[in-house]
Design a protein around this ligand. Structure first.
Ligand code: PBG
Length: 333
Protein backbone atom coordinates (compact mmCIF):
# COMPACT_ATOMS: atom_id res chain seq x y z
CA UNK A 1 0.00 0.00 0.00
CA UNK A 2 1.35 3.38 -1.02
CA UNK A 3 0.37 6.20 1.34
CA UNK A 4 -1.58 9.04 -0.21
CA UNK A 5 -0.83 12.63 0.68
CA UNK A 6 -2.96 15.63 -0.21
CA UNK A 7 -1.14 18.64 -1.63
CA UNK A 8 0.08 21.36 0.73
CA UNK A 9 -1.55 23.04 2.61
CA UNK A 10 -4.42 20.50 2.71
CA UNK A 11 -1.84 18.17 4.12
CA UNK A 12 0.47 19.59 6.76
CA UNK A 13 2.06 16.47 8.16
CA UNK A 14 3.33 18.41 11.17
CA UNK A 15 -0.28 18.66 12.43
CA UNK A 16 -0.11 15.15 13.85
CA UNK A 17 3.19 15.93 15.55
CA UNK A 18 2.07 19.10 17.27
CA UNK A 19 1.64 17.82 20.84
CA UNK A 20 2.59 14.82 22.92
CA UNK A 21 -1.11 13.88 23.08
CA UNK A 22 -1.55 13.79 19.32
CA UNK A 23 1.79 12.10 18.74
CA UNK A 24 0.63 9.42 21.14
CA UNK A 25 -2.61 8.95 19.21
CA UNK A 26 -0.87 8.38 15.89
CA UNK A 27 2.02 6.28 17.21
CA UNK A 28 2.31 3.09 15.15
CA UNK A 29 4.43 0.86 17.34
CA UNK A 30 5.31 0.50 21.00
CA UNK A 31 7.83 -1.40 23.03
CA UNK A 32 6.42 -3.46 25.87
CA UNK A 33 8.07 -5.50 28.58
CA UNK A 34 6.36 -8.53 27.03
CA UNK A 35 8.59 -8.17 23.98
CA UNK A 36 11.77 -8.91 25.91
CA UNK A 37 13.91 -12.02 26.19
CA UNK A 38 16.85 -11.51 28.57
CA UNK A 39 20.05 -13.44 27.71
CA UNK A 40 22.09 -14.29 30.83
CA UNK A 41 25.48 -15.94 31.29
CA UNK A 42 25.89 -18.60 33.94
CA UNK A 43 29.04 -19.94 35.53
CA UNK A 44 30.00 -22.36 38.28
CA UNK A 45 30.36 -21.29 41.89
CA UNK A 46 28.31 -19.63 44.57
CA UNK A 47 27.12 -16.08 45.05
CA UNK A 48 29.21 -14.85 42.14
CA UNK A 49 28.61 -12.06 39.65
CA UNK A 50 31.70 -11.74 37.51
CA UNK A 51 31.74 -8.72 35.18
CA UNK A 52 32.24 -9.29 31.44
CA UNK A 53 34.80 -6.64 30.50
CA UNK A 54 33.54 -6.00 26.97
CA UNK A 55 29.88 -5.85 28.06
CA UNK A 56 29.61 -3.17 30.77
CA UNK A 57 26.73 -4.00 33.13
CA UNK A 58 26.63 -7.71 32.19
CA UNK A 59 27.89 -10.38 34.59
CA UNK A 60 28.45 -14.10 34.54
CA UNK A 61 26.22 -15.36 37.33
CA UNK A 62 26.53 -18.41 39.52
CA UNK A 63 23.32 -20.46 39.46
CA UNK A 64 22.01 -19.04 42.76
CA UNK A 65 22.47 -15.53 41.35
CA UNK A 66 20.84 -16.59 38.06
CA UNK A 67 17.82 -17.73 40.08
CA UNK A 68 17.75 -14.32 41.76
CA UNK A 69 17.94 -12.70 38.32
CA UNK A 70 14.99 -14.82 37.20
CA UNK A 71 13.03 -13.67 40.24
CA UNK A 72 13.85 -10.07 39.43
CA UNK A 73 12.87 -10.61 35.78
CA UNK A 74 9.53 -12.10 36.81
CA UNK A 75 8.83 -9.14 39.12
CA UNK A 76 9.56 -6.78 36.24
CA UNK A 77 7.27 -8.74 33.93
CA UNK A 78 10.00 -10.01 31.58
CA UNK A 79 8.49 -13.16 30.03
CA UNK A 80 11.65 -15.11 29.18
CA UNK A 81 15.32 -15.66 29.95
CA UNK A 82 17.86 -17.23 27.64
CA UNK A 83 20.70 -19.15 29.29
CA UNK A 84 24.29 -19.22 28.03
CA UNK A 85 26.91 -21.23 29.92
CA UNK A 86 30.50 -20.19 30.60
CA UNK A 87 31.97 -23.67 30.50
CA UNK A 88 35.22 -24.48 32.23
CA UNK A 89 38.05 -25.04 29.72
CA UNK A 90 38.71 -28.48 31.23
CA UNK A 91 35.26 -29.66 30.05
CA UNK A 92 35.80 -28.67 26.41
CA UNK A 93 36.61 -31.56 24.07
CA UNK A 94 36.63 -32.17 20.33
CA UNK A 95 33.63 -34.50 20.72
CA UNK A 96 31.64 -32.06 22.91
CA UNK A 97 29.96 -34.67 25.22
CA UNK A 98 29.48 -32.05 27.91
CA UNK A 99 26.84 -30.47 25.63
CA UNK A 100 24.33 -33.24 26.38
CA UNK A 101 25.37 -33.99 29.95
CA UNK A 102 22.06 -33.82 31.86
CA UNK A 103 23.96 -32.16 34.73
CA UNK A 104 25.94 -29.63 32.75
CA UNK A 105 25.91 -26.04 33.89
CA UNK A 106 23.17 -24.96 31.54
CA UNK A 107 20.85 -27.87 32.45
CA UNK A 108 21.43 -27.29 36.18
CA UNK A 109 20.58 -23.63 35.68
CA UNK A 110 17.38 -24.51 33.79
CA UNK A 111 16.25 -26.84 36.61
CA UNK A 112 17.07 -24.34 39.34
CA UNK A 113 15.27 -21.48 37.60
CA UNK A 114 12.18 -23.52 36.69
CA UNK A 115 11.97 -24.82 40.28
CA UNK A 116 12.19 -21.34 41.81
CA UNK A 117 10.34 -19.28 39.18
CA UNK A 118 8.09 -21.67 37.26
CA UNK A 119 6.22 -18.86 35.51
CA UNK A 120 9.18 -17.53 33.57
CA UNK A 121 9.89 -19.09 30.18
CA UNK A 122 13.39 -20.49 29.92
CA UNK A 123 15.05 -20.45 26.54
CA UNK A 124 18.30 -22.21 25.71
CA UNK A 125 21.02 -22.07 23.10
CA UNK A 126 21.74 -25.14 21.03
CA UNK A 127 25.20 -25.15 19.48
CA UNK A 128 28.40 -26.90 20.44
CA UNK A 129 30.69 -23.86 20.79
CA UNK A 130 30.68 -23.60 24.61
CA UNK A 131 31.77 -27.24 24.80
CA UNK A 132 34.05 -27.49 21.80
CA UNK A 133 37.84 -27.45 22.23
CA UNK A 134 38.12 -25.50 18.95
CA UNK A 135 35.29 -23.04 19.58
CA UNK A 136 33.13 -24.07 16.62
CA UNK A 137 29.38 -24.65 16.72
CA UNK A 138 29.80 -28.05 15.09
CA UNK A 139 32.08 -31.06 15.26
CA UNK A 140 35.31 -30.51 13.32
CA UNK A 141 36.86 -33.33 11.34
CA UNK A 142 39.93 -32.76 9.16
CA UNK A 143 39.31 -29.05 9.24
CA UNK A 144 35.67 -29.39 8.15
CA UNK A 145 32.63 -28.65 10.30
CA UNK A 146 30.70 -31.85 9.66
CA UNK A 147 26.96 -31.36 9.33
CA UNK A 148 25.14 -34.63 9.93
CA UNK A 149 27.22 -35.80 12.86
CA UNK A 150 26.76 -32.38 14.45
CA UNK A 151 23.00 -32.66 14.02
CA UNK A 152 23.03 -35.93 15.99
CA UNK A 153 24.93 -34.21 18.79
CA UNK A 154 22.53 -31.25 18.73
CA UNK A 155 19.54 -33.55 19.01
CA UNK A 156 21.03 -35.11 22.15
CA UNK A 157 21.62 -31.64 23.50
CA UNK A 158 18.04 -30.59 22.71
CA UNK A 159 16.60 -33.63 24.48
CA UNK A 160 18.72 -33.01 27.59
CA UNK A 161 17.52 -29.39 27.72
CA UNK A 162 13.88 -30.37 27.23
CA UNK A 163 14.30 -32.97 29.97
CA UNK A 164 15.71 -30.26 32.27
CA UNK A 165 12.55 -28.22 31.72
CA UNK A 166 13.43 -25.73 28.98
CA UNK A 167 10.37 -24.08 27.42
CA UNK A 168 12.00 -22.78 24.24
CA UNK A 169 14.95 -24.35 22.46
CA UNK A 170 17.14 -21.99 20.45
CA UNK A 171 19.23 -23.79 17.83
CA UNK A 172 21.93 -21.26 16.90
CA UNK A 173 24.27 -23.62 15.09
CA UNK A 174 23.16 -23.13 11.44
CA UNK A 175 23.59 -26.79 10.49
CA UNK A 176 21.22 -28.13 7.83
CA UNK A 177 18.42 -30.45 8.90
CA UNK A 178 18.64 -29.80 12.62
CA UNK A 179 15.16 -28.40 13.15
CA UNK A 180 13.44 -31.41 11.58
CA UNK A 181 15.66 -33.84 13.50
CA UNK A 182 15.02 -32.07 16.81
CA UNK A 183 11.30 -31.78 16.25
CA UNK A 184 11.02 -35.51 15.48
CA UNK A 185 13.10 -36.42 18.54
CA UNK A 186 11.07 -34.13 20.80
CA UNK A 187 7.80 -35.65 19.54
CA UNK A 188 8.98 -39.22 20.11
CA UNK A 189 10.23 -38.37 23.59
CA UNK A 190 6.86 -36.86 24.51
CA UNK A 191 8.11 -33.26 24.64
CA UNK A 192 5.28 -32.16 22.41
CA UNK A 193 4.94 -28.67 23.89
CA UNK A 194 8.54 -27.55 23.76
CA UNK A 195 8.92 -24.60 21.38
CA UNK A 196 11.72 -24.22 18.88
CA UNK A 197 12.84 -20.66 18.22
CA UNK A 198 15.21 -21.17 15.35
CA UNK A 199 18.15 -18.85 14.86
CA UNK A 200 17.22 -19.29 11.22
CA UNK A 201 18.91 -16.27 9.66
CA UNK A 202 22.14 -16.02 11.58
CA UNK A 203 24.94 -14.11 9.94
CA UNK A 204 28.70 -14.65 10.23
CA UNK A 205 29.12 -11.40 12.14
CA UNK A 206 31.92 -9.56 13.88
CA UNK A 207 29.30 -8.20 16.29
CA UNK A 208 29.48 -11.44 18.34
CA UNK A 209 32.96 -10.59 19.67
CA UNK A 210 32.03 -9.65 23.26
CA UNK A 211 29.74 -12.71 23.58
CA UNK A 212 32.65 -14.99 22.78
CA UNK A 213 34.53 -13.34 25.67
CA UNK A 214 31.51 -13.87 27.92
CA UNK A 215 31.29 -17.61 27.23
CA UNK A 216 35.06 -18.09 27.13
CA UNK A 217 35.19 -19.00 23.42
CA UNK A 218 37.32 -16.12 22.10
CA UNK A 219 40.74 -17.60 22.66
CA UNK A 220 39.76 -21.04 21.41
CA UNK A 221 38.05 -20.38 18.07
CA UNK A 222 40.17 -21.45 15.12
CA UNK A 223 39.23 -19.84 11.81
CA UNK A 224 35.80 -18.34 11.28
CA UNK A 225 32.19 -19.53 11.03
CA UNK A 226 31.61 -18.60 7.38
CA UNK A 227 30.88 -22.16 6.18
CA UNK A 228 27.76 -22.34 8.34
CA UNK A 229 26.71 -18.82 9.32
CA UNK A 230 25.32 -16.57 6.58
CA UNK A 231 27.16 -14.15 4.35
CA UNK A 232 26.23 -10.61 5.49
CA UNK A 233 25.75 -9.71 1.82
CA UNK A 234 22.70 -11.98 1.42
CA UNK A 235 19.00 -11.34 1.89
CA UNK A 236 17.04 -13.80 -0.32
CA UNK A 237 18.97 -16.63 1.30
CA UNK A 238 17.56 -15.57 4.68
CA UNK A 239 14.03 -16.14 3.37
CA UNK A 240 14.95 -19.61 2.15
CA UNK A 241 16.42 -20.49 5.54
CA UNK A 242 13.35 -19.21 7.38
CA UNK A 243 11.00 -21.07 5.04
CA UNK A 244 13.02 -24.26 5.45
CA UNK A 245 13.07 -24.07 9.27
CA UNK A 246 9.34 -23.36 9.43
CA UNK A 247 8.67 -26.37 7.21
CA UNK A 248 10.78 -28.51 9.52
CA UNK A 249 8.81 -27.52 12.62
CA UNK A 250 10.17 -24.24 14.03
CA UNK A 251 7.51 -22.31 15.98
CA UNK A 252 9.32 -18.99 15.93
CA UNK A 253 12.25 -17.58 14.00
CA UNK A 254 15.12 -15.24 14.71
CA UNK A 255 17.27 -12.83 12.77
CA UNK A 256 20.72 -12.20 14.21
CA UNK A 257 22.42 -9.75 14.67
CA UNK A 258 19.67 -7.17 14.97
CA UNK A 259 20.34 -3.54 14.13
CA UNK A 260 22.48 -4.11 11.01
CA UNK A 261 19.80 -6.54 9.71
CA UNK A 262 16.50 -4.71 10.20
CA UNK A 263 15.81 -5.05 6.47
CA UNK A 264 15.83 -8.83 6.94
CA UNK A 265 13.42 -8.57 9.91
CA UNK A 266 10.95 -6.64 7.77
CA UNK A 267 11.19 -9.05 4.83
CA UNK A 268 10.72 -12.06 7.09
CA UNK A 269 7.67 -10.62 8.82
CA UNK A 270 6.09 -9.50 5.54
CA UNK A 271 6.72 -12.81 3.79
CA UNK A 272 5.80 -15.28 6.51
CA UNK A 273 3.78 -13.49 9.20
CA UNK A 274 5.17 -15.82 11.87
CA UNK A 275 6.47 -14.95 15.35
CA UNK A 276 9.69 -13.13 14.48
CA UNK A 277 12.49 -12.16 16.87
CA UNK A 278 15.74 -10.27 16.55
CA UNK A 279 18.82 -10.69 18.68
CA UNK A 280 20.40 -7.37 19.61
CA UNK A 281 23.76 -9.04 20.05
CA UNK A 282 26.69 -8.43 22.37
CA UNK A 283 28.54 -6.09 19.98
CA UNK A 284 25.47 -3.92 19.51
CA UNK A 285 25.07 -3.69 23.28
CA UNK A 286 28.80 -3.02 23.75
CA UNK A 287 28.93 -0.16 21.27
CA UNK A 288 25.91 1.61 22.73
CA UNK A 289 27.18 1.16 26.28
CA UNK A 290 30.70 2.31 25.38
CA UNK A 291 29.42 5.47 23.72
CA UNK A 292 27.09 6.14 26.65
CA UNK A 293 29.91 5.66 29.15
CA UNK A 294 32.02 8.16 27.25
CA UNK A 295 29.19 10.65 27.34
CA UNK A 296 28.93 10.56 23.54
CA UNK A 297 25.36 9.26 23.46
CA UNK A 298 22.42 9.39 25.84
CA UNK A 299 22.41 5.75 26.95
CA UNK A 300 18.76 5.48 27.96
CA UNK A 301 17.50 7.17 24.83
CA UNK A 302 19.55 5.09 22.40
CA UNK A 303 18.56 1.95 24.28
CA UNK A 304 14.86 2.72 23.82
CA UNK A 305 15.26 3.93 20.24
CA UNK A 306 17.27 0.87 19.22
CA UNK A 307 14.70 -1.48 20.74
CA UNK A 308 11.78 0.36 19.17
CA UNK A 309 13.44 -0.01 15.77
CA UNK A 310 12.95 -3.78 16.02
CA UNK A 311 9.23 -3.37 16.64
CA UNK A 312 8.95 -0.98 13.71
CA UNK A 313 10.79 -3.52 11.52
CA UNK A 314 8.10 -6.08 12.34
CA UNK A 315 9.63 -8.07 15.17
CA UNK A 316 7.42 -9.54 17.88
CA UNK A 317 10.22 -9.52 20.39
CA UNK A 318 13.88 -8.88 21.01
CA UNK A 319 16.65 -10.75 22.79
CA UNK A 320 18.54 -7.96 24.50
CA UNK A 321 21.06 -7.52 27.29
CA UNK A 322 19.20 -4.30 28.05
CA UNK A 323 16.11 -6.29 29.14
CA UNK A 324 16.22 -5.55 32.89
CA UNK A 325 17.19 -1.89 32.38
CA UNK A 326 14.47 -1.25 29.85
CA UNK A 327 11.89 -3.19 31.88
CA UNK A 328 12.63 -0.91 34.84
CA UNK A 329 12.20 2.16 32.67
CA UNK A 330 8.94 0.90 31.18
CA UNK A 331 7.66 0.14 34.68
CA UNK A 332 8.57 3.60 35.94
CA UNK A 333 6.68 5.04 32.93
C1 PBG B 1 26.61 -19.58 19.74
C2 PBG B 1 26.05 -18.21 19.84
C3 PBG B 1 26.68 -17.00 19.56
C4 PBG B 1 25.80 -16.00 19.97
C5 PBG B 1 24.65 -16.63 20.44
N1 PBG B 1 24.81 -17.99 20.34
C6 PBG B 1 28.03 -16.70 19.06
C7 PBG B 1 28.50 -17.22 17.78
O1 PBG B 1 27.75 -17.72 16.95
O2 PBG B 1 29.71 -17.14 17.59
C8 PBG B 1 26.08 -14.53 19.92
C9 PBG B 1 25.26 -13.68 20.83
C10 PBG B 1 25.80 -12.32 21.04
O3 PBG B 1 26.78 -11.88 20.40
O4 PBG B 1 25.23 -11.62 21.88
N2 PBG B 1 26.41 -20.27 18.61
Amino acid sequence: MRPTVAPFPAARLRRTRKSAAIRGLVRETALSVEDLIWPIFVRDGNDLAEPVASMPGVNRLSIDRAVAAAQQAAELGIPALCIFPYTDASLKTATCEEAWNPDNLSNRAIRAIKAAVPGIAVMTDIALDPYNANGHDGIVRDGEIVNDETVEALVRMALAQAEAGADILGPSDMMDGRIGAMRAALESAGHTNVCILSYAAKYASAFYGPFRDAVGASGVLTGDKATYQMDPANSDEALRLIQRDLNEGADMVMIKPGMPYLDICRRVKDNFGVPTYAYQVSGEYAMLQAAAQNGWLDGEKVMLESLLSFKRAGCDGILTYFAPAVAKMLKAG
